[in-house]
Design a protein around this ligand. Sequence first.
Ligand code: G1P
Length: 918
Amino acid sequence: MNKVKDKSKRGWEFTGDKGDFRLQKADRSSYLYFPLVNEGGMMSSVSPKLHGQTTSGHNTFLTPPISVEDLHNSRASRNFWIHVEGKGTWSAAGNSARQNADFYTEDAEEVELEAGFLWHRVSRSSKELNLSSQITSFVPCGNDKVELMKVVLTNNGETQQTLTPTAAIPLYARSADDLRDHRHVTSLLHRIFTSDYGIEVQPALSFDERGHRVNHTSYGVFGVEGDGNTPEGFFPVQEEFIGEGGSLDWPEAVVVNRAPDIIAGTGVHREGYEALGGIRFTTVTLMPGESVSYVVIMAIEDQRMDLEALIGKYGSSSSFDRLLEENKAFWSEKVNTVQFKTGDADADQWMKWVTLQPVLRRLYGNSFLPYHDYGRGGRGWRDLWQDCLALLIMEPAEVRNLLFDNYAGVRIDGSNATIIGQHPGEFIADRNNIPRVWMDHGAWPFMTTMLYLNHSGDMEFLNQEQGYFRDTFMSRCRERDHSLDLKEGSVLRTASGDIYKGTILEHILLQNLVPFFNVGEHNNIKLEGADWNDGLDMGADRGESVTFTSFYGSNLMDISLLLRDLKERTGQKIIEVAEEITILLDTMSEKVDYESISGKIALLNRFYASAPNKVSGVKASLDIDQVADDLAQKAEWIFNHLRQNEWVESEEGGGWFNGYYNNDGERVEGEFAEGVRMTLTGQVFPLMGHAASEDQVPQIIAAVERNLLDEKIGYRLNSQFGGIQQNLGRAFGFAFGHKENGAMFSHMTIMYGNALYKRGYVNEGRKVLESLYQLSTDFEVSHMYPGIPEYINESGRGMYTYLTGSASWLLLTMVTEVFGIKGKLGDLLLEPKLVGPQFDAEGKASIKTMFADRELEVLYKNTEGSAYGEYQISSVLINGAQVTLQRVSEGVLIARAELTSLQAGQCHLIEVELVKGK
Ligand code: G1P
């Protein structure tokens, strides 16, 4: 992988040590956008030319909803116009037809962007006009649905200048659905009010998927000059502002410097037009070097706005500055819950942006940023569980409840609800009635829960009781329950109608046992609707996911080990499960031959018949050891089966794992006459768990390097299959090198890196993670701000920035694998896998993170400069006091009690000496 050539060519550069960065000529890169958001539900995005959008949900867009192409093609932006007396018209945001016409000429303006947690500033200057602007944007933290923008204009000339400023922000004020469904008709609903400070639109009705209803939501754009002066007047109607034949990038009202249509404070209101937050400020004369500032407030409210309160809180330059500082502090504190200090200070700062990403995903879901032009804000089941991985590190206090609530989405057939409600634990029956099961869904909860148990030691969690989800789908969507009365709610009941609850452990067992029997004709688990790769969605009949077969196999083994730990730690000898589930624990009653596909299916059908969307309510008490044995046998069978049947021998020597069978029952991967077909996904789960044997690991690594590593874009998700693969999935309809067809898909690449670290292939794992860092930060090619993208496309561009589950995985991998801050059922296991350049010049590397409710700074000292594999832990000091070392095969254990005895609320230093030796 090529190293980034030269830092100055990187584009952006960090300006301090807090993650703030600067980018010259930011307007010279397309598709750039920055997120501005708060916990109150305001979700904005802003581009270097102040394009983007502002919304609080699918049905409440303040600005017109956009897709990423609109960032450069739409003329609607958060514009701020200046009429310069005697000289003409200028957009302080750079959005005027004239400035666009100058773009490729010598007259193009200088644009600099600065940004940090979570604020955005663009400075622009016009040599011709001797004027400069600095526009700062942020969404104040808290619960108000508000975005703020401060514009500072400076006269850089040697003579005085007279300026007439006009803010012009289109007020779309309705549902995203209305963009292509009666956009005009819905503008007739607009009721447009003016006041002392600006324009407020409260549509009379809302027309969207919820029907025609009286609307209460209100949208406004308000402005003040300096420390609270009211504007002069308003242009509330878009068509009047732009004039006949005009447009938002050359509006008549500004170009001819027309007086405002409505004078401030007259309370005139208009109805039935596309609205505009058009605010005319008083004409001002600036002496040479003098500046003037304006604050623009964009707000969404559930009812008409309390203007006095709004302006009181946000309506002055000084409150803007104060709130900006508060906002910076809020977000910095959030990202600083984890801090890395290695030999590469830039990489450490870059990780701060990665750390922010899981929080952004929690707030935006998978929607509302320009690439994310779909969905209604929710997250899917898979994402729900994986986002918890990062939360366990960043917001650990919240996680227990979250996990517990999420388990309420499991169905008795081991599948789960896929429509996730607004509130934790709320799952909604699919009224569109699309029968679909993602076969990977059952595998993730145990992985996340295991991380939680390792971090907390909270074994009690496994015995806590939770309900199950029920809708009209049963037997993994193969059958419909026509008898169901959804008025009874989406909860599983017993034959007598009581709500049924089972332990969390029972939920986990079901999720992993049912798939074991749900096999296709090659005795691997069926692909069903798709697996992790949402794009493999055309193999529901005969497709099989071999790679998730290995994931489930590893889970079965790890659950078995967990049960043994449970017994050892707590003395628990019995577990209780719904009596129907004993069918799935066949070795304890009537053993099925696992080689027999029909035997497995018959058993599964027996199970489905015994629990047809209801259970008897009777529980069986089982011997914990026998259950553990049953699970281990199943796991072992899977591992042997995969190693014997799914290993692809390469003509070049070695081999790799086949990951899939397609809908024609054909093996997907191998070396064919038309070329090599290989998937990274197929390798990741055998490596991450136990399926790949020790001697298979280096062979897989070699095959990945040979077939999937591309010098330009990193580790591809798959090699080029050619053709559209109608027997596998829509992903192959995408051009090769894009998204789920052969791009560098960060999520899978990081999981690959994680798996290599887990297997002790540290230098190889580091190479994988490093490739992602280099690709993402090579601005000349990736054109993205600090952070990781969902994927890197064929041309090297970083795509779908900010909202990606891969950030959780990178954070997790850095903490638990690279720095080796691992939990072991509540105790702290230190197992560093740091390599040379990660230590600084003095041989030090440190991490600040939470464990056992304590803030810890773990400082590794490798003063001898040993390579990974050569060093071991020789001593550990907590706050300067020696700890008696408890060595385990992986590293060194520090008992939880040792940590909980430390004072809460302050940071404790753990110094770990590394010396040569094995
Ligand atoms: C997205 C989805 C994730 C899915 C993946 C591959 O990845 O969110 O659930 O598994 O595509 O189809 P992400 O954007 O989270 O990286």
